[in-house]
Structures are given as C-alpha cells and as structure tokens.
Design a protein around this ligand. Structure first.
Ligand SMILES: Nc1ncnc2c1ncn2[C@@H]1O[C@H](COP(=O)(O)OP(=O)(O)OP(=O)(O)O)[C@@H](O)[C@H]1O
Ligand SMILES: [Mg+2]
Length: 241
C-alpha cells in the first residue's frame, strides 16, 4: 500500500471549549509500532480519543488508508479496521472472559475459529475462559483487554498505557506480548509512561508536550537525545531504566 496507514495532520482538538491539542501531526506506516510518550497531561490519550472520534476535532485531519476519519462514528471503527484498548475500563468485569471476547468480534465472524486463534496467542486465558473477568488478576485482565481488542483482527491497534499499574515482571510480559502481536502483522500505536521500554521496542516515537509535537525519531534516536532528559526534568525518563 502506498502512503501511511494512518496520518494525523495539524490536529486541533479538546474538551468543551478548551483545546488540548494545538497542531499535532504524526503518521503510522503499515506494520510499524509507534510509541507516543510525553509528560502527564501532554495530550497522549487525547490523540487516541480523537482517532476514535470520541471528541470534537476543531482543525486538521485524521486519515486512515487515505480517507478522513472525522465523520466516521466510533461504532464503525472496528469494522474499518481500528481497535482501541483504553487504559481503564478495558474489559467488562461482570462478563466472562468468553463473553468479553465475543463483544470484540465483528458480526459474521466465525467465532469458534477466531477464539481458538486468540487463545493460542493468550494461553493464560484458556483455563479462565468461563470466569468472570472481574475476578482476573491485573495482568490477566490486561491480556484479556488485548485479546478483546484483537478479536476483530484490526489493521491498527491503539494501546493506551498497557503496562500501567502492573508490576515490573507483568509489565515485561505485556511488552513481550506487544512484540508477539506485532509479529502477527498488526500495526500499533502504543502510548506509554514507561518511556524507556516503549522506545526500546517501537520503530519510531513521538514525544508530545503541552499538546504539541516536541521530538520525533526512531526509538534509539530518542533514547539517545539529550533533550529527552530535559523534557522529563529528570523524572520518569531517567528513573525508568
Ligand atoms: N474528559 C476530559 N474533559 C476535560 N479535560 C480533559 C478530559 N480528558 C483530559 N482532559 C485534559 O486534557 C489534557 C490532556 O489530557 P490527556 O489525558 O490527553 O493527557 P495524557 O498525555 O494522556 O496524560 P497522562 O500521561 O496523565 O495519561 C489534560 O490537561 C487533561 O486535564
Ligand atoms: Mg493518558
């Protein structure tokens, strides 16, 4: 395919009357893992919400396979090929693992074979298949959130802080799983607080600050860029080695 899978051009968007994003641009090519990092409140989640058309875009454009997404309702995104795993409330706790997976499927899917494929990627869910998801551990719940997000076999998967609130060991397994998901051919945008980890894994990264692009480059370039330390004021960037 020619051109990027997703391109965001000069995006202005926010909540109520206030803009949070003041001209953010980024693009994602087929089969890339793109990292988005930046200080708290920089607008990272807002970028994902804008792609999903969960808020009012006031300027700029978001294109997927060359077509503007601005008029696509959120409910159509899965069918278009975009799936979103938000940071919180990413599974239905009162539903079983099985029921959560079904919620993530597109109409007309051969459920038995898709669930089989998904359970091969997430074997930890197999013995918990009939369990209420509210009873899962934090790490298991995150795996279920990924699995649900992948049920519709998306071209683009958006992950918001997948390793947040997990122990270092579980966070490591989440990053491993992201690599495995990438190997199945899925393109991803990963928003992360765990700056080092995500920059070590992604092909390219974008650093946002106060609703604007601050730095961009390959993960390695950003890791070695002295401006990164300044942006984070010696905070999470240096400490998350
Ligand atoms: N639903 C909302 N209504 C009003 N303002 C919001 C809403 N969600 C976020 N904001 C504001 O928008 C700005 C950007 O928020 P956003 O959640 O995109 O930041 P973030 O980079 O994801 O931060 P974090 O690292 O803390 O998750 C913040 O100032 C925040 O207070
Ligand atoms: Mg956020």
């Amino acid at each position: 395919m020619k051109g990027p899978l997703l391109s965001i051009e000069n995006l202005h968007a926010g909540y109520g009357d206030a803009d949070v994003l003041h001209g953010v641009s980024l693009d994602v090519s087929h089969r890339e893992i793109i990292g988005i990092v930046g200080p708290n409140g920089a607008g990272k989640s807002t970028v994902l919400n804008a792609v999903m058309n969960l808020l009012q875009v006031r300027g700029g454009d978001i294109r997927f396979r060359g077509n503007s997404l601005l008029r696509e309702p959120t409910e159509r995104m899965m069918a278009i090929g975009i799936s979103y795993v938000p940071q919180v409330s990413n599974v239905f706790p009162s539903l079983s693992v099985y029921e959560n997976l079904i919620v993530g499927a597109l109409e007309g899917t051969d459920l038995k074979s898709r669930i089989d494929e998904i359970l091969q990627l997430f074997p930890v869910l197999r013995p918990r298949f009939r369990m209420r998801s509210g009873a899962l551990s934090g790490g298991e719940r995150q795996m279920l959130a990924f699995a649900r997000g992948l049920m519709c076999n998306p071209s683009l998967l958006l992950l918001d802080e997948p390793s947040a609130a997990l122990s270092p060991v579980l966070a490591y397994s989440v990053f491993q799983k992201i690599r495995e998901i990438h190997e199945t051919g899925t393109t991803m945008i990963v928003v992360e607080q765990n700056v080092r980890r995500v920059l070590q894994m992604c092909h390219r990264g974008y650093v946002l600050d106060s609703g604007k692009n601050a730095l961009t480059g390959t993960g390695m370039e950003l890791l070695e860029n002295p401006q990164m330390g300044q942006l984070y004021m010696g905070g999470s960037f240096r400490e998350s080695r």
